[in-house]
Write a protein that binds this ligand. Sequence first.
Ligand SMILES: [Zn+2]
Length: 343
Amino acid sequence: MANWTSRDRMLAAFRFERPDRVPVYLNNALSTSRILGLKIREMVTNSDKFSQALIAAYELFGYDAVRITSDVAVEAEAMGGLAYYPEDAAVSIHEPPIESAEGLAHLKMPNPETDGRMPLMLDVIRKVRKHVGEDGFISASVMGPLNMASQLVGIGNFLEMIASEPEELEKILEFTSEVCVQWGMAEVAAGADLITMGEAICSNKTIGPKHYKELGTKYHKKVVEEFNRRGQRLHTLHICGPIDSILLDIADTGVASLDIDAPVDFGKARSRLGKRLTMVGNIAPIEILNSTPERITYLCKQVLKDREGLGLILSSGCNVPAGSPPENIHAIVNAAKIYGIYP
Ligand SMILES: [Zn+2]
């Protein structure tokens, strides 16, 4: 192919085909507020401002995909949770909508066209799609079934239930899996290409590998199979923090790609996973905030060195902190353009 578009490049990485260079994008949605001088609250409550900030960052840095995500509260808020909106930080759930599986009787499947900020997020996706056109690529977010359950009942209740009432928790996970699929497909209908499932709670530091193997894999497999059945084969799982001991279990779920955080050794994970899934990652957010462009370039080269294995996308490990120097974002994108070329 003579002229590779961003979309071609991203799709090649998902298909383990050889693009012209490694594609690059960032988990930086909230930090784009700074480019337009916005506070996070005014951005995430206004689809014009939100889409304008995302587009401004996309134009400024020239990466391959726009990652549209707001916070962990979107779904639980749409189901009746009381959300807290700090002026310049991510929205969180102040009062979860239910306390236990009994509360499920009072919950209904959220309607993406009317409930909470779901319509706003769909509007952001439509506006960004209009701008990037068919050659652009959009990742939209959903909370994975476990993270969403922890937002529905509160994290403390979730952790208690996973240890002492797993059957009750599974009733909630059945429901959140369904929400995850329906909400994800609504985002695809609005113009998203890729569904990124946020599952911070599945880190080895929170629920631990035993519970991931028992519960996480079951529901991730279920959600992935349902996306595939509906023709949506571009999905990725993002789990914050260390996940070394569950890497192979994640691959068993059939998810198309894994967006990994900085504590994981990227090269070692690549060699363990082979071509089972596309890997996205993993420049440490703290480095993006505090380091020099030279250091960032060095870190990117470490990730890019085994690009011959294909199925590789360069990105940040987790959320790029607001206030990160633009030179460091440029350094990441330039590294892909210079050191990510396939000969
Ligand atoms: Zn993360």
